[in-house]
Structures are given as C-alpha cells and as structure tokens.
Design a binder for this molecule. Structure first.
Ligand code: FAD
Ligand code: NAD
Length: 478
C-alpha cells in the first residue's frame, strides 16, 4: 500500500525545503535523513547546517569581531586593552547556533506535518525506500510513496597525497572544530572553503599558507574582482601560493610536514594543521538499485533535466547531488521547484541568476555573467563600476576597499552581470539578483532611488556609470 505522496531522501537545505513545500501543498510527505550529531541524535539540516554554511559563518562573525577589537577599532578612537580569546566559548556559541537550528528544522517539520525518519534511505524501486539505521544496516523498514525526491548532498573530496586523519590533517568539518588556534596552518585549495576558513584562523592568530594548484585565482569570479580579492587577502596576511603542486603530506610528532612544488622549486614546510579543501563530491553511491534506470555521470552527479526530473517516472533529484553550483540556496530553490511540479504546478528555477558569495572580508559576491564569459560568448556589453572609496557611507564605516561593477547588454541595456567586492556585499548582491530576475536594464537601476548614505548607493552609481553618468566620481570618457 502506498503510504506517502512523497518521500524525500536527505534533509539538507535542498531536501528539508522540498519536504516542507510538499507538505504546504497538501502532499503527505516523509523525509529520511541519516545525519547524527556527537550525541548520536538526528540532526536535521545536512552539511549546510551541521558543518557548512552556518557554523562557518558563526566563526567568521566571531573571528571578525575579535580581529576588529584587537586592531580595527583604533582608527575609530576606541582603545581596547588586553583583548583575549576564549576559543572554547567561541566554539560553544557556534555549536549552540547549530543545535538551535537543528531543532528549528525539526519544529518546522512538525508544524507542517512532515514525517521525519532518522536512518539511511535506499531506493529499492520507483515507489519503495528501504530505511536502515545507517550504522550496521540493520532494522530495515520499507516505506512507499508515489513520488521520490533524492537530496543526498555531497561530501569533501579526498586526495591520496593528503589523507585526512582527523588529527593533523582535516577536512572542512574538522577545521570548524579545532580546540586551539594552530600556530601554522596550511590549506590545500584556494577555493571558497580555503579562503573562508583561512580567514577565520588567520584572524584568530594563525599563520596561514594556502596552496592552490591553479595559476589563476578564483577563476569562476570576474577577473577584475579576483585580482582585487587576491591583492586584498594577501595584504591581510594570507600567504596564497598559486601554481603550487602538493607532493605529500605526512604526520610526524603531532605536526604535519607538507612537501610542495612551485615555480621557485620544491619545498617542505611543517605545520600544526593541514586543511584539505579541494572541492566536494556528490553522495550518489549506494543510493538506488542499479536497475532503477537512474544515471550518474563521470563526476558522480545524478542526471536530471532543468526541472530536476531524472527521466524515471516520479523521481526527482536536487541539490549538491545534481549539476550546477554546490550552493545551499540553489538546492533550496530546486526543492521548491520539484515539490511544485509534483503538486501539478509549474515550478521553475532561474539558473542564470544564482548569487555566489565568498564570506571573506571584504565579501566577494556576484550574479550573472562575468566579463570574460561575455567576451568568450561574443556578446557586446557596456560596463560601469564604482569604488567604495567614493562612497560616503563606506568612508563613515571605514570600509573603503572594493567596488561594484554592472555589466549590461550593449544593445538592449539589460543587466547581464553584477560583480562586487566590499563590506556587506553578501546583502547587496540580493538587489542585483532582484533586478536581473525582473529583467532590469541599467537605465531602470539608474532611475531607481537609493537611500543615502548607504553602501547600496555604490550599486546605483555603478549602474549610472554604465552610461558614463555616475555622480560621485569623475566618469571616464567613453
Ligand atoms: P547536504 O546539505 O549535503 O544534505 C544532504 C543530507 O542527506 C545530509 O544530511 C546527508 O547525511 C543525508 N543523506 C545522504 N544520503 C542519504 C541517504 N541515503 N539516506 C538518508 N540520508 C542521506 N553554501 C552556501 O550556499 N552558502 C554558504 O555560505 C556555504 N558555506 C559552506 C561552508 C562549508 C564549510 C561547506 C562544507 C559548505 C558550504 N556551503 C555553502 C555548501 C552547502 O553546504 C551545500 O551546497 C548544501 O549543504 C547542499 O545541500 P543539499 O541539501 O544538497 O545536501
Ligand atoms: P572549490 O571548488 O571552491 O575550491 C577548491 C580549490 O582547490 C580549487 O581552487 C582547486 O583548483 C583547488 N585544488 C583542487 N585540487 C587541488 C590540489 N591537489 N592541490 C591544490 N589545489 C587543489 O571547493 P571548496 O572550497 O572545497 O568548496 C566546496 C564547495 O562548497 C564549493 O562548490 C562551494 O560552492 C561550496 N561552498 C560555498 C560557500 C559559499 O557559498 N560561501 C562556502 C563554502 C563552500
């Protein structure tokens, strides 16, 4: 007998949002998730809530406050003697935030009627999920549904030259729980995790060396923004080595010795800790029967179309386990889309306007096309940018680093991309996404009134600069 309308496997941001939206739409929904916390209790929210977005942002906020109190307040005329760091308290605060939000998701499930099942789900056939306790594969229970949404998420990628031992060599989860500040910290990978967690530990006092294999820094961002970010982060003291090939990482005497090669030759350096942050892999193994008809590509992503439909009747897959950027908000919107399609509505995700944010200080944020993408695609565009140095509010806040850049189609003036580096850009980028979602032109933005004095005015001025009419800076003759 079919018991549920929908079973969701995975309660990360993609899965729990899908389950809530299904329940809101009147579908009888169960969500199976195998995440357990240190106390071996179910902890809903997946990677994002337990060892990702939330705990990393808690530590980014705390470490920024610490660094500001130590040195950043002097320019405001505020002297603080004897700033101390209690790392245990900082970690306890982070853990409390995570646990409150775990309970928050459980509460949301309860209030909208989602049945939460703790255990590991395996899709036996198109209507049956077998749930085991996840540890010894025992206590199996079969549950049935008309529709299935797979949201198993992802896990850190591993490299054989630096195997994680959870002591000296850790992945991103381990790097959120150090019980003391490492004196010397190495990170493999100058991607989003490397830069965010590198910033946390550097602010708390670690000497940080980041080893990045590629010669190019943040290739997914607009080149101008990447250059500005590299200059700023290096100036802050992050030792970012590009084109660095890691040869080996070995533990010795509770330290880790890392051999790597750059254009200056081979070197071996000793660190207290090494974080491996070289990307993430989809959790698509041991999830469904081989004869299910579901396909996995060479990188392990479950094949889906633009509606997250797998091509197999009534089976959808969403979040980090499918193509596209591995971002919580992308997975959440896919969860809403899958639920609405199952309920007979016309769900949609606009993959053209997914915002990306790197929560360093200053923050790096963008949406839409970069200049290099527009050039490669042969699209003619106009560009306008505005530096925070010329913003009254940025000056008042002592946050004059960075800029906002607006790219608009040369013929139609439609905004094609917005790129920023500066304070609070994680919030400012939302304005750009709304504009792009509504198909705004740079003229539309130019004609919009922004409150003064705000950081948002930099976005307004960048849109004005597209047509050479910024007010608070001299315009370049075009
Ligand atoms: P997940 O969050 O990975 O959740 C999947 C869930 O399914 C997990 O609970 C897993 O245990 C469970 N599961 C898997 N297989 C099964 C099974 N067979 N049966 C039962 N349960 C199963 N993204 C952002 O957008 N912003 C950020 O600031 C950000 N910061 C991050 C910081 C760090 C350190 C990391 C590691 C990631 C960060 N991310 C961030 C990425 C974000 O965490 C992921 O994109 C997001 O969690 C993906 O959501 P998901 O639901 O697809 O998968
Ligand atoms: P990433 O893909 O952002 O960066 C990995 C980096 O490691 C790349 O620059 C890559 O060139 C480098 N690399 C790979 N192998 C290497 C090697 N052997 N030696 C040296 N360098 C090597 O991946 P990540 O930083 O691990 O993050 C994983 C995912 O989590 C990303 O997709 C990201 O979207 C997501 N995430 C998002 C946020 C956010 O939205 N703020 C924060 C953290 C993580």
């Amino acid at each position: 007998m079919i018991k549920y309308d929908v079973i969701v496997i995975g309660a990360g941001p993609a899965g729990y949002v899908a389950a809530i939206r299904c329940a809101q739409l009147g579908l009888k929904t169960a969500c199976v998730d195998d995440w357990l916390n240190d106390k071996q209790q179910s902890a809903l929210g997946g990677t994002c809530l337990n060892v990702g977005c939330i705990p990393s942002k808690a530590l980014l906020e705390s470490s920024e406050k610490y660094a500001d109190t130590k040195t950043g307040l002097e320019k405001h005329g505020i002297g603080v003697d004897n700033t101390t760091l209690n790392l245990a308290t900082m970690m306890a605060r982070k853990n409390k935030i995570v646990s409150e939000l775990n309970q928050g998701v459980a509460g949301l499930f309860k209030s909208c009627g989602v049945t939460s099942i703790s255990g590991r789900g395996f899709l036996k056939n198109k209507n049956t999920v077998e749930v085991s306790d996840g540890k010894n594969n025992s206590n199996k229970l079969n549950i049935n549904a008309k529709n299935i949404i797979l949201a198993p998420g992802s896990k850190p990628a591993e490299i054989s030259i630096a195997p994680v031992n959870n002591k000296t060599i850790v992945d991103s989860a381990g790097a959120l729980s150090f019980n003391e500040v490492p004196k010397r910290l190495a990170i493999i990978g100058a991607g989003v995790i490397g830069l965010e967690l590198g910033s946390v530990w550097h602010r708390l006092g670690a000497e940080v060396v980041i080893l990045e294999a590629m010669e190019e820094f943040l290739p997914m961002a607009d080149n101008q923004i990447s250059r500005e970010a590299l200059r700023t982060l290096k100036k802050q003291g992050l030792n970012i080595k590009l084109g660095a090939k890691v040869l080996s990482a070995k533990e010795s005497d509770e330290l880790v010795s890392v051999a790597f090669e750059t254009n200056k030759g081979k070197q071996t350096e000793t660190f207290d800790k090494l974080i491996v942050a070289v990307g993430r892999k989809p959790n698509s193994a041991n999830l469904f029967n081989q004869d299910s008809g579901l396909k996995i590509n060479a990188q392990g992503f479950i094949d889906v179309d633009e509606h997250c439909y797998t091509g197999q009747e009534n089976i959808y897959a969403i979040g980090d386990a499918v193509r596209g950027p591995m971002l919580a908000h992308k997975g959440m919107e896919e969860g809403v889309m899958a639920a609405e399609i199952i309920a007979g509505q016309s769900g949609r995700v606009n993959y053209e306007t997914i915002p990306s944010v790197i929560y360093t200080h200053p923050e790096i944020a963008w949406a839409g096309k970069t200049e290099q993408q527009l050039k490669t695609a042969g699209i003619e565009y106009k560009s306008g940018s505005f530096p925070f140095l010329a913003s009254g509010r940025a000056k008042a806040a002592g946050e004059t680093g960075g800029l906002v850049k607006v790219l608009a189609d040369a013929k139609t003036d439609r905004v094609l991309g917005v790129h920023m580096i500066g304070a609070r850009c994680s919030e400012l980028i939302g304005q750009a996404v709304i504009a792009m979602e509504f198909g705004a032109s740079s003229e539309d933005l130019a004609m919009t009134m922004f409150a003064h004095p705000t950081l948002s005015e930099a976005f307004h001025e960048a849109a004005l600069a597209v047509d050479n009419r910024a007010i608070h800076m001299p315009n370049s003759k075009k």
